[in-house]
Design a protein around this ligand. Sequence first.
Ligand SMILES: [Cu+2]
Length: 508
Amino acid sequence: MDPRPSRRRFLQLTGAGVVVAPLVGCGDDATGQDHVDAAPMPAFPVPPLDDGELVGGVRVFRLRLQSGSVEWVTGFPTATYGANGDVLGPTLRFRRGERVRLEVENALGEASTLHWHGLQVPAASDGGPYQSIAAGATWVSEFDVVQPAMTAWYHPHQMHETGRQVYMGLAGMILVEDAAQAVELPSTYGVDDLPLVIQDRRLAADGTHPYSPGNALAMHDMMAGLRGSIMLVNGVRQLRGVVPRGLVRLRLLNGSNARAYNLGFSDGRSFVQIAGDGGLLSAPVTTTRVLLSPGERAEVLVDFGADAPGATVALASYSGEVFSQLFTGVMGTNVADALDRMTFELVTFEVGAARATSLAPPTALPPIERMTADQAVRVRPIVLSMTGPSVAINGARMTALGDAVPAAINFRIPNGSIERWDVSNDSFMMHPLHIHNRHFQILDIDGQPPPVALAGWKDTVLVAPGQVVRLMLRFEGTTDAAVPYMFHCHILEHEDMGMMGQFYIVDP
Ligand SMILES: [Cu+2]
């Protein structure tokens, strides 16, 4: 429902001297009809929504990568990067079936890129390290939005610089909408459809951090991935916002460089996960936890309908519960930090007076056809390892572009083929493997079929130490024998050290 009419009504009424509370009351209870009466509520702090501009049938978005500053430490501004602002960027709303054009102006003073994480696009439009944008240049990425409704995101992917540029603040959400999707969900952006970009930072008392200019990242932080104890959600420290009483959709994104979050609510309430990385699951999952490694997304429905106005509840990470899943052996001893062993809060929701829509969580979702092991025409081992001060995939590292990429991590895959990637983690900490362009299905985890929450389409998968996760991938789309897609660990310091490979989709 569009909140604008009620906001307009609110402004008119307050202009006439009518107090807020009675309007809220008669907005729902008196008529017996629940609806979003969003106007009286302070807006939940979310990035601005950008619908682009239709130009000749193409939806055009303009993003300017720029420097800024944010005062996360009182009195000490931290130098930041953002898109069209000081930190993060607008939430881009795409519609399936439309063509979009993204005009990315790089005003950072250094080379960067912008990668559309989770979107199925031609390799040259993907925004990976091969699409570097020189300082002062503008890069245009144009493609058809082909996938169903989902939550994706964007972030830089500059060779060797991804971790720093994301840490400086460059990231944003992408919402793909699909008019054909029959499932009715809360969808008023900033009211009952809330993006939450979850990130951690290590800020010194003067507002600087390990990636600040002049600093060099310590080897420990490269191996562990840079993590900190200050939580930012939507770029805000100690985020707090008002939600309507009723069903609210949270679009959770782990946009952190290296930390995983085991999310739940401080009062133990259950919620319903409806989507993962690649859109809707095959069935709603009622749960009290969702575990997100860097790069992963989940959409969950939380019911605040039974809460009293003014009540508060926190979204927290119950990291201690999954410690042994993320770290073993020497990594547990030397790499994990205090937060990995404890519970900490990320967001405080304050329940407002206004009713949300009368929506209830869906009881069923459209089925997802599962790929089976026998469909694979090729099996590739993908071995994730850490040896000494280094990381590797199949024993190799990607430290330069082009012909320099070792054959063990450089694939040419015929368009239309289905492959099975057997991903094994031979190290003592988790690695989130992200594969560009192709959404995949998890065939099994250590031989066991995945739980429903992990059985939908995914583009990033947490691989625990010692684990073997077998993936089914269908490669189809635009071929390009000259420009590859990336696959890599989404611990960004690992990626920057070369825990990355590439694949070309070529004509069969
Ligand atoms: Cu890694």
